[in-house]
Design a protein around this ligand. Structure first.
Ligand code: KIV
Length: 272
């Protein structure tokens, strides 16, 4: 399938801006380990997010809150080692930036220095503006994240669509402008009405990447384990699965066990 695509040897924050200007959609996926990151990068993905969704899909926690800065750095360093082309962005985990901009800067510096990543992402609007501004003073690019922000799940109480009501929509729009003005190079919008997301993307100059935010934004992101069908109990409307790896891998495991139990594996050609 041929699509209009700008050729970047290495994707940078500036490339994303160029893509927005050229009307080319940005493709982003999550990655947490070397092998997966290698496949996605070789496949031509523009951006890899070392998301704190690692807390769910890699560590088995119910929320993103438990994952630590050390654990995020461990995942990020593995991803960076695999990547030739993609821009690698890392989530600052819960408790490492809220309410203390000096700690935010320290956390962001640790991520950049110890993992070799290219940018960080923080959840929230006006309330974290000071943290964003301080991180930017060190020359670290920052991506914002509004709408459903999973680190605040206990405030929201549910993973339902955000900003459906006028007041919350207005607040989100204001926060999007605040983040752009503060210096964010891009913004993620999670699980909000498509009409609102389209308005944000058209009002902002910076690229807006959506997850469950419709088609009127500048790019899309999904959690790779969901998109590849490795998870199978999470079925939000916005998720398009490109493979059913859960069943494929479970089936392969069953066939492997069968072959061992029946003494079929290894055969004569599979030994020394
Ligand atoms: O942690 C994550 O995977 C994310 C994406 C869902 C945007 O923040």
């Amino acid at each position: 399938m041929s699509v209009a695509k700008k050729e970047f040897k290495k994707v940078t924050t500036h490339s994303l801006q160029e893509m927005k200007t050229a009307g080319e959609k940005i493709a982003m996926l999550t990655a947490y380990d070397y092998t997966m990151a290698k496949i996605l990068d070789q496949g031509g993905i523009d951006v890899l997010l070392v998301g704190d969704s690692a807390s769910n899909v890699m560590h088995g926690h119910e929320t993103t809150l438990p994952i630590t800065l050390d654990q995020m750095i461990y995942h990020a360093a593995s991803v960076v080692r695999a990547v030739d082309r993609a821009l690698v962005i890392v989530d600052l985990p819960f408790g490492t930036y809220q309410g203390n901009s000096k700690e935010a800067l320290k956390s962001a510096i640790r991520i950049m220095k110890e993992s070799g990543a290219h940018a960080v992402k923080l959840e929230g609007g006006n309330e974290i503006k000071e943290s964003i501004e301080r991180i930017l003073t060190a020359g670290i690019p920052v991506m914002g994240h509004l709408g459903l922000t999973p680190q605040s799940i206990y405030k929201f109480g549910t993973y339902n669509v955000r900003a459906k009501e006028e007041e919350e929509a207005k607040e989100l729009l204001e926060n999007a402008h605040i983040l752009q003005k503060a210096g964010c190079f891009a913004l993620v919008l999670e699980k909000i009405p498509a009409k609102l997301a389209k308005q944000v993307a058209s009002e902002l100059n910076i690229p807006v990447i959506g997850i469950g935010a419709g088609n009127g934004v500048d790019g899309q992101v999904l959690v790779t384990h969901d998109m590849m069908g490795m998870t199978h109990e999470f079925n939000p409307r916005f998720l398009r699965r490109y493979l059913n790896l859960y069943d494929e891998m479970k089936g392969a495991t069953e066939r492997y066990i069968h072959d061992i139990k029946t003494k079929d594996f290894p055969n004569d050609k599979e030994q020394y």
